[in-house]
Design a protein around this ligand. Sequence first.
Ligand code: URP
Ligand code: ZN
Ligand code: ZN
Length: 471
Amino acid sequence: MATLIKNGTVVNPTGATVADVLIDGEQIVALLAPGDNRFGVDLTASVENVIDATGKYVIPGGVDVHTHMELPFGGTNASDTFETGSRAAAWGGTTTIVDFAVQRTGERVQDALAAWHAKAAGECAIDYGFHQIIGGVDDESLKAMDELVAEGITSFKLFMAYPGVFYSDDGQILRAMQTAAGNGSTIMMHAENGIAIDVLVAQAIARGDTDPRYHGLTRPWETEQEATHRAIMLARLTGAPLYIVHMSAKQAVDTLAAARNEGHNVFGETCPQYLYLSLEEHLSAPGFDGAKYVCSTPLRSREEGHQQELWKYLRTNDLSVVSTDHCPFCMKEQKELGLGNFAKIPNGIGTVEHRVDLLYQGVVDGHISLARWVELCSTTPARMFGLYPRKGALFPGADADVVIYDPNKRNRISVETHHMNLDYSAYEGIEIAGGVDTVLSRGSVIISGNQYLGRKGHGQYLRRGLSQYLI
Ligand code: URP
Ligand code: ZN
Ligand code: ZN
């Protein structure tokens, strides 16, 4: 079926212009200036479905390259399944997710990946791909990395935190990076010094400092900056492309920016929680409420000015991507596991539905331009993880993953209205200027106003190419 999105302001990474978007089947076939018939042919003659986007932005569907649907963590599982989480993503204007398959020590990487395929297959409302977590770096898993690249899994996450769970030591990291340098894949790093953190955590618990805010206080910025520096040095040694996930400390990003200024192939992402939530106002909330905001890396101090610096680094492109690290756990029976001991609170926040809206507030507040909003939410993540030009921009030949975004809409984020399978919202009460009006995934309208028109199983698995930032 042919669809024409008329009269909207099309925002691409190259800028904004009034244009019509012509879609045939699952793909964009043309961007037309209104009234353009330069070729003497009316390309829109056979259009069955016309959507008027006057006064609205027409943007590429969001690409969230960091989600954890159903992740087993801290004795429980992330509360969104692929079905509920991908549907919530669609409501928020995200049309592609890249989730993390998890391998642990002793497990075959291929088996771990197969288990993730089984969880997601036939469940997703939007297209999806996988990164692979390597929780046990050894000869076999290193060999599997080469095989997975050939199968379209082109990025591998390692952890410098969580000893005994996902942790890799420096030797293991070095070996995995050597493998990545050889096969062209990207190493994604959880950069926190987990050995030092575990000592600080044990000392805090022994002192009786058990409230959620001690989660943040036992993961100080020094542990993030140190690990960031070490990861960069190991990447330089091996030549592997490095992408540091969920960065929250300004000092860690200073270190990343310095390496980028020296010309090294290193990248960083941050997440909405670090731009909007803080140690003082959220993690230190009275009673056990701070548990809602326990995630790693932790929320940082607003007084210390991390948020302003993160926005600055989003402008300078030293932070290249905003993803969500969507890893929701309900308060009831999940976060509650850490009552009386912050170290037992499952780590993670649910944001997949709100990323595009929250980043748009950066446009409204003058932190970033419209084109940068699109670049951070869609284009750069697609390029970084081998999905571009199929995803990430509105050009002929790209998948027709399109969001019509209404700058005049007003919403207030609330657990009462969100679609994530989560019994609270970390963003409760935040007023959003703007909002998603219509979402198309591969040419099908899946959100129209307040209606969900998608279906589970519409989302297809995406085999990814290598990063387009590979040197
Ligand atoms: O707190 C977080 N970030 N939970 C998800 C796991 C991870 O480290 O990304
Ligand atoms: Zn992580
Ligand atoms: Zn994560």
